[in-house]
Design a protein around this ligand. Structure first.
Ligand code: SF4
Length: 369
């Protein structure tokens, strides 16, 4: 019987806790890679179900959180230009740039529109050829196919007024970066199920082999995460390091062929700067030369961005799993959802937002106070 099936029976939680406690003979530190998984863990208290010594730390899996200040400044600059509409998912509007955010740009007269899909932005461009429409393409491999599709559609419709400001990032290179970071304490990973639904998990296999870390492709329900932790700890206890697929109801080893092909057609792999983590080779996607006409940075001739400003925000430590949100001195005091100092407090996938939402103004459980 599969682990999840077994633990869906009455008494699931207690039996789960006993099973993991029997399994874990020593401390292990695991990282979940996706902000959606972080929210499930904090919302449902999955971390409280783990035996003492098995620790979950939160990874850099929030695309809004890792978008560098420089790119947000570029979006703000574009939004301020006459005749331009900057389209974005709502999460990005309150992420601080160097001096303001996109909401501030809108208040100053810029045309900033919230959309739910890049295809909405293509429609806006088609409906008003006099305006330049730019979509702020933020996301992991999950959003890349829709963005690639938007560009293909704009080309097919011969739209000359549509472009992407690309902030696409890829997860496998950052996982490698974390493993070689001095002081790294992560011994196993829960990979993001939705990313692997698109891309498959063959890219993780050499990483697991080379670094000797188990990687379990994991879903987003509480029981998915419990099973992911169980599989990861079982590998660690047995001295194994392979890629396992917990999320087999959605993920295939080679991912979604059509989506991967579309992404390959439109994007190429490039180095990309991550907020708080610096530049990571091969960790980003950029439009290929043949699609350069749709590249907003090229179209608007935007200058390279400045370095990240000094801030009390320790999101670089949060995103590497070195600290938890409630360990940030600014949490709940200087930094709140109403007045965020950093992206992890703004984004719906941000770890700080999860702690604030589900664990109150201190971010701690009652037992930790
Ligand atoms: S609580 Fe605020 S200041 Fe601290 S790391 Fe999170 S976003 Fe940054």
């Amino acid at each position: 019987m599969k682990f999840v099936d077994e633990y869906r029976q009455p008494g699931t939680v207690q039996r789960y806790a006993r099973a993991l406690a029997r399994l874990a003979t020593r401390p292990w530190t695991l990282m979940e890679m996706c902000g959606g998984q972080t929210h499930t863990i904090v919302k449902f208290g999955v971390d409280q179900l783990l035996p003492p010594g098995v620790t979950l730390v939160h990874g850099p899996g929030c695309p809004v959180c890792v978008t560098p200040v420089g790119l947000i400044d570029k979006a703000i600059e574009i939004a301020g230009r006459p005749g331009v509409t900057l389209c974005s998912f709502g999460d990005m509007l309150r992420v601080p740039g160097t001096r303001t955010d996109l909401l501030g740009a809108r208040a100053a007269g810029g045309e900033v529109r919230v959309v739910y899909s890049p295809l909405d932005a293509v429609r806006l461009a088609a409906n008003d050829p006099r305006r330049e429409v730019v979509f702020f393409a933020v996301g992991f491999e999950t959003t890349a196919p829709a963005n690639a599709l938007a560009v293909c559609l704009a080309r097919r419709q011969q739209l000359r007024n549509f472009s992407l400001l690309v902030a696409q990032v890829r997860l496998p290179p950052v996982l490698e970066r974390l493993l070689v970071t001095p002081g790294n304490r992560v011994q196993g990973f829960l990979a993001a199920g939705h990313v692997c639904t698109v891309m498959g998990y063959t890219e993780y296999e050499p990483i697991a082999r080379h670094y000797g870390v188990p990687i379990v492709v994991t879903g987003f329900e509480p029981l998915d995460i419990l099973e992911g932790v169980h599989l990861c700890v079982a590998q660690l206890e047995a001295g194994r390091a392979t890629v396992q697929n917990q999320y087999s109801r959605s993920v295939r080893r080679h991912g979604n062929h059509a989506a991967r092909q579309l992404v390959r057609e439109v994007f190429e792999t490039v180095p990309r700067r991550w907020r708080g983590l610096g530049e990571i080779p091969q960790s980003g996607l950029a439009l290929r030369q043949s699609y350069r006409d749709f590249d907003a940075e090229h179209r608007f001739g935007l200058a390279q961005s400045a370095a990240e400003p000094h801030s009390p925000c320790i999101s670089h430590l949060i995103l590497q799993g070195a600290k938890k949100p409630h360990e940030c001195p600014a949490f709940g005091k200087l930094c709140t959802p109403e007045h965020p100092l950093g992206a992890p407090m703004v984004s719906s996938e941000g770890a700080c937002a999860a702690y604030r939402r589900y664990r109150g103004t201190t971010g701690r459980l009652a037992a930790q106070l």
